[in-house]
Design a protein. Sequence first.
Length: 498
Amino acid sequence: MKATLTVDFKNEISKIDPRLWGSFVEHLGRSVYEGIYQPNHVTADENGFRQDVVEAVKKLNVPLIRYPGGNFVSGYNWQDGVGPKNERPVRLDLAWQSIETNQFGLHEFMTWCNQVGAKPDMAVNLGTRGIDEARNLVEYCNFPKGTYWSDLRRENGAEQPFDIKVWSVGNEMDGEWQIGHQTAYEYGRLVHETAKAMRLVDSSIELVACGSSNHQNATYGDWEETVLENAYDDVDYLSLHQYYDNFEDDTPEFLGKSVDFDNFISEVIAISDAVKARKHSQKQINLAFDEWNVWYHSMKNDDAQEKWQQAPHLLEDHYNFEDALLVGSLAITLLKHADRVKIGCLAQLVNVIAPIMTNTDGTPSIWYQTIFYPFMQVSNYGQGIALTPKQTVATYKAKDYEVPYIDSIAVYNPDKNETVVFIVNKANETVDFKLAVSEAKLGELITATQFSGYDMHQTNEDQSMSLQPLDDVLIEAHQVTVNLEPLSWNMLRIKTEL
Ligand code: AHR
């Protein structure tokens, strides 16, 4: 099979917002406890932060981390997690039916973010709490000093404000499972009033309103429209969440889910812009795809878990090779929408539906899942300017969509004078791939790698899976040709002159 990706360097989608490659840490399972925080671990520093995890997170170069949830946040009192640790209450976490010790909270998270080089995306509880909690938290975090909440922060050890810019106003409030679930109208009105109070404390913050918790949710569409009708001028971003599964064990169907992901994004853009038009607004709402991933391998096990444990093994999906291919394909789809999707959060980061896993006692103490590799490559090299992709390639029929056998995109990084091409081959055959460029001259190959040759069900607990070199890349001034292995993830970096 043959496939061509044609790009014109004058035809840009957009500059890529580095926050597209963010992630998510929720108080859930072993994400925080035994994940990023484990004071008795051999690699723990004086804060109790596992340094093996810090090193792994740094490899992923995540610029933004959403915290503390997720469903957890809708029952959370942030005050429980500040102040002397021996005075912090132990609470029931109703969302995940677990015990929360509050030994890790806001200050610990901010210190940890500094260690890994990420900024926070702080979620406020609109489930059991509301306007008062949200404005107090902004004051605690961002007000310099001289007020009750800002001085409490200083007493608790942070003289300087945290200066948190990005705030999520609630979590998945469209979901019946959410504590404090609301109708779209109720939520839209609450966002309007909550955002007003938060911005009165700090007018420089950016706010994310909850969109639908998945593309298939019964209220999808109406939800986005009604929330924006009520809060268009109050927020900067609308969120999207989506997880895919392969319970059917049907690889072509599963890999075709990127078409659903793409449609979801295009539709939410259309709905946002329809509200904009109706309001005669000059303002554009951008999107925060702040939960995306594969999630299904752990569900049966989670249903059988005993309740009310501390740091239970929940949502510990062990990702296989085809999951990595889909994650790569979803990342390419995010790049295709770089003009509107400004924030993305791979959900999640450590132990819970995560690229990084820790073992409490066993060896290795840390391991990388299959999805670690494509995500690491896009987060490190999917930077700069996304170029409009024109693909010529055959398609196949999945249940609901025509799926191109190839997903590909090229980005140009002006800081490094390099073009980076990401390609997923979904065909179970070799593809003779060509990149054709205009308005730029290609130079030497910096590196070319592939992730290929594994069984679709292979997982990586033994760390035997890794990126391999992609050989025989032929570069001419205006084109590149290479053979792509069947069912593979590929990345090429090429020196480029404009
Ligand atoms: O990421 C796991 C859960 O998925 C989050 O808590 C929730 O927001 C979503 O339903």
